[in-house]
Ligand binder design. Structure first.
Ligand code: JA8
Length: 227
């Protein structure tokens, strides 16, 4: 798939998209990133991307023109996502929906916000990653890219599987342990050392169910109690 990111900070994405699973997926040809500098779609000497709000008030507002022209130059198929604190909450289901697209376009705003006409006439959806305010949409875009790319077939190695992730089947994952079998008085559950894979699977399912019920009962209500 192709993931387009429109931002005034293209450098921001270099290390994260070149490293770990997102970097490996690009090297393997599973995904191509196009990071577009919003200022390349301005027409004035100062490459202006923001202006004062109509009606007055504190802070600057991002102009619509550069966003429209950047997206028109990309001519993308698929979702065009504007990050904003008022957007729908990003979750695993949205990551799956994006992962089956051929193309995904992410628009990162800054300052007090983006001129409303970008949401109205350019973006196909508005997304947030949580009920807090970021300094810009860039960290949110990285969250979405990471969550989507790891779902692409072949993005994870043999020893990493999305199917054992929390949220994959609508529940949290069981706790995990590695050596040593006892650390600072805390013991690895005996069942995990037993070699009995049927018992281990049953233990993991049970712990996952308990954890989900304790910490995130809202997930069970959505998925049904069979998970
Ligand atoms: C922000 Br500025 C800005 C742009 C996008 C987002 S998404 C979020 N939670 N906060 C802030």
């Amino acid at each position: 798939m192709r993931i387009n990111i429109v931002t005034i900070f293209p450098d921001w994405f270099e290390a994260p998209l070149g490293t770990s699973i997102p970097g490996r997926a690009a090297e393997a040809g599973l995904v191509e990133y196009r990071v577009v500098d919003l200022r390349d779609h301005t027409h004035d000497r100062h490459r202006t991307v923001d202006d004062e709000p109509y009606g007055g008030g504190a802070g600057m507002v991002m102009k619509p023109g550069p966003f429209f022209e950047a997206v028109e130059a990309l001519d993308p198929e698929g979702p065009v996502v504007l990050f904003t604190p008022r957007g729908a909450r990003f979750d695993h289901g949205t990551a799956v929906r994006y992962a089956v697209q051929d193309e995904l376009t992410l628009l990162c705003g800054r300052y007090k916000g983006v001129d409303e006409r970008v949401a109205e006439g350019l973006a196909t959806e508005e997304l947030s990653v949580g009920d807090f305010v970021l300094s810009g949409g860039e960290p949110a875009a990285l969250v979405v890219v990471d969550a989507v790319v790891r779902l692409l077939p072949g993005a994870l190695g043999d020893h990493e599987s999305a199917s054992t992730d929390s949220f994959y089947d609508g529940a949290l994952s069981a706790p995990v342990y590695t050596r040593p079998a006892e650390y600072r008085g805390m013991k690895v559950p005996d069942v995990l050392l037993s070699g009995d894979h049927a018992r281990i699977d049953a233990w993991r399912r049970e712990r996952a169910r308990e954890l989900t019920r304790e910490r995130r009962p809202d997930l069970l209500e959505r998925a049904g109690e069979d998970g």
